[in-house]
Design a protein around this ligand. Structure first.
Ligand code: HEC
Length: 724
């Protein structure tokens, strides 16, 4: 283990209603029956009862407890007066859309050990509904078909392709013709990415499309497209690493062209040379791929980030619409992946129509109009030998937070982050371990870089000081923005700045001239689609990251949004967030005109000085404990107060007393704290415990000093330990 490792950073029920029949999702369906609102997933609604003139009276109609302290990313759907919403782990609730009373609930039996390979919280991003069936996937990657009327399981399918269980699912299934398609996450855990299609009625596997080739020694590839893709990987590719390319979010069926578009994730490990030293584009990583829903064969593809080394997933949500492009109305696909560009494709043949940056990026010197290839600035962003400041950072200019395309204004409303990161590697770190984080790159976000600089080892500090990007780090924009963007040019028409680049949330726009967007401070804001003027805001006391939706019920228009901090970076609770101040209990909030104010959740008790830890046991190997902690625990534990997964520097005596049982017997497995008896010896556990005791001693000493001076205990910056 490197002595610099501590720097690793950074970034930081019952059934009360008769059987109902669910209608099919159509674009004209004002009841919002698919997570994106319509078959184009525009997150636009033609409803205008709530509009510029009256939105000021918008207030709470009803709320629903989602029964968890973990993140909420799903957009509810409403079909025939029933709201269906998914929550963490793949739980589903059916609720009377007008009153908020529960009709049924589905709680999957989840193998909680899955958490060990879940990067970004136990979130779930939604359901698909067709013919009286609700489809949802659980965190441990089982796809379920539920009865719409009762919530009973009709069939279930284990979506894992073999023994290897580095996968998990957080995304929503997508219906394409007579199949339901689902992907998975796990690119950082030695997984080979794929999507699977199941028969809607029986749950039988119809086809599976792998996003990266397999080791050719194992025999031919599963289809001819993968044989071709093989040529884009070096002969020296280390196939045992899986290579990533997981499809953890956007899967989009296009009925007009009978295609399933998937966004393929990043490569794992991050740097392309670690996957295949001789390089190559490494298809289909970081690509948009159009598949035939009949057989899963490739119709067309476009690789957005060839040879991805920066965690530039292409899994971000897409919008299908028609746009006037160069004098012609064209069926288009709008897509803003992590890499900073907004792409416009012609859905007829997949040709690239536009690619414009929507935030500062430095990895590509534009896209060559002839070849459609980005001109990758290897000189500026290849960090294998030299630390580099790369824009955007690994969390991306855009992430999973849905954007809204409004056909009336022609604008694309999206949460955009302006942030880069310093990337560097330690030779050989971390060693490749199956089902363990394969991160080979260390990251420092540009928002923290100047503060961190003095603490960085000299060669890394020197590289930062000589970087052509240092000026931008000092004086450039760093933040999170709600932007109204012209999809043809990428230009921002108006923007609203949020409290930090981590402050981003899904967007809804409506024909009432309104844009709805929540934030992590717990505010739901409503803006004018044309001017960006804030027309109304509602304090909810719960951090919002999901996208709102709207529906009509009995003549009343409602706005609904799920609230709860979590997702990528979930262990780190920003100090300005509602999750820091209040209990982070997930809730579904539903608003109407003339509604009331939202009851605030319970405030968290004031921070107390960390208790005196027990003495360090004799004979411990602190270096071993530190290394094991950073390798296995920082995925979920941040050295930061009020972290959702417990700040291990402030364990109470009764927790110290059962420390080994927590790790080896799994006493908290049900709460999401995995067991590790297959990984650690008793001595390892003692060493990790010793490391944490030293951290608790340090934090206690500094807090006692702060208390003496009458200063708040959280005055010091938190140390975010994982790169998610
Ligand atoms: C997959 C996420 C995850 C990983 C990885 C993880 N933990 Fe946890 N851990 C949790 C969660 C969530 C809790 C809180 C459980 C609860 O609410 O009771 C927790 C709680 C704990 C607690 C109890 C703390 C207290 O004050 O109640 C200890 C001790 C602990 N973890 C140690 C570790 C150690 C050591 C590692 C690394 C070997 C580790 N954890 C890795 C998620 C994780």
């Amino acid at each position: 283990m490197s002595r610099y490792i501590w720097l690793v950073l950074l970034v930081l029920g019952g059934c009360s209603q008769n059987q109902r029949t669910a209608s099919e999702a159509t674009a004209s369906d004002s009841s919002w029956s698919v997570p994106g609102g319509d078959s184009g997933k525009t997150y636009f609604s033609a409803l205008e009862k709530i509009n510029r003139t009256n939105v000021k009276t918008l207030g709470l109609a009803w709320e629903f407890d989602l029964e968890t302290g973990r993140g909420q990313e799903a957009t509810p759907v409403v079909v025939d007066g029933v709201m269906i919403v998914s929550s963490n782990l793949g739980r589903v609730y059916a609720i009377d859309a007008a009153t908020g009373s529960e009709i049924w609930r589905f709680v999957p039996q989840v193998d909680m050990q899955v958490n060990r390979t879940v990067c970004c919280d136990q979130v779930n991003r939604g359901v698909a509904i067709r013919d009286s069936r609700v489809y949802v996937a659980s965190l441990d990657a089982v796809l379920y078909a539920l009865d719409f009327g009762t919530g009973k399981v009709l069939w279930q399918a284990d979506t894992i392709d073999g023994e290897d269980r580095g996968q998990h699912i957080s995304g929503a299934p997508e219906i394409a013709g007579d199949v339901v398609v689902i992907g998975n996450g796990g690119a950082e855990f030695g997984v080979r990415g794929y999507v699977s299609a199941y028969d809607l009625e029986t749950g039988e596997l119809r086809w599976r499309f792998y996003t990266v080739p397999r080791d050719p020694k194992l025999g031919p590839q599963e289809n001819p497209e993968l044989e071709e893709a093989l040529a884009t990987w070096g002969e020296d590719a280390r196939w045992e690493m899986g290579m990533g390319g997981t499809v953890w979010d956007a899967i989009h069926y296009d009925p007009e062209f009978d295609a399933v578009y998937i966004g393929v994730g990043n490569g794992g490990p991050y740097h392309y040379k670690k996957r295949a030293p001789s390089g190559g584009d490494q298809l289909f990583l970081s690509s948009l791929v159009a598949l035939d829903p009949e057989n899963g064969r490739v119709k067309w593809y476009y690789q957005q980030t060839p040879g991805d080394s920066w965690d530039y997933t292409a899994t971000q949500p897409m919008v299908l619409t028609n746009l006037e492009v160069d004098g012609e109305t064209v069926p288009v696909l709008l897509h803003a992946p992590k890499n900073g560009f907004l792409y416009l494709f012609d859905r007829r043949d997949g040709s690239l129509l536009r690619a414009n940056p929507i935030a500062y990026q430095n990895w590509a010197n534009g896209i060559d109009p002839e070849t459609g290839r980005p001109n990758v600035r290897e000189d500026l962003v290849d960090y294998i030998d030299t630390p580099r400041i790369v824009f955007p950072a690994t969390p991306g200019t855009r992430n999973w937070h849905p954007a809204s395309f409004n056909p009336q204004t022609g604008l694309y409303y999206a949460s955009v982050s302006e942030v880069g990161n310093l990337m560097f590697t330690f030779p050989g770190y971390p060693p490749y371990l199956p089902k363990s984080v394969t991160h080979d790159a260390q990251l420092v976000y540009t928002s923290d870089l100047l503060n961190m600089l003095p603490a960085l080892p000299p060669p890394i500090r020197d590289a930062v000081e000589q970087s052509p990007e240092l000026e931008r780090v000092k004086n450039g924009k760093t933040g999170g923005y709600l932007r109204a963007i012209d999809p043809l040019t990428g230009e921002t028409r108006w923007e609203v700045e949020n409290s930090s680049w981590q402050d981003r949330a899904g967007v809804l726009s409506t024909a009432g001239g309104l844009v709805f967007n929540g934030d992590v401070t717990g505010r739901l804001s409503v803006y004018d689609t044309e001017s960006g003027e804030r027309l109304h805001s509602i304090e909810t006391g719960t951090s919002i990251i999901a996208a709102p939706m709207t529906f009509m019920q009995d003549g009343e228009q409602y706005i609904a949004v799920t609230a709860g901090w979590g997702g990528g970076g979930w262990p780190y609770v920003p100090k300005h967030s509602a999750a820091y101040r209040y209990e982070n209990r997930g809730r579904l909030l539903v608003f109407k005109l003339g509604g009331k104010s939202v009851p605030m959740p319970q405030e968290r008790p004031p921070l107390e000085v960390a208790t005196e830890p027990p003495p360090i046991p004799e004979g411990t190997d602190l270096a071993n404990g530190t290394a094991l902690f950073f390798q296995h625990c920082t995925l979920c534990h941040a050295h930061s107060p009020r972290t959702i997964s417990a700040d291990l520097r402030r364990m109470r005596p009764e927790v110290h007393a059962i420390f080994d049982r927590i790790l080896l017997d799994g006493v908290f497995v049900g709460a999401g704290m995995p067991r590790w008896d297959d990984v650690f010896s008793k001595d390892d556990v003692r060493d990790i415990h010793a490391y944490l005791i030293t951290e608790q001693q340090k934090v206690r000493a500094s807090e006692l000093a702060l208390q003496e001076k009458g200063l708040p205990l959280n005055a010091e910056p938190s140390r975010v330990l994982s790169s998610y």
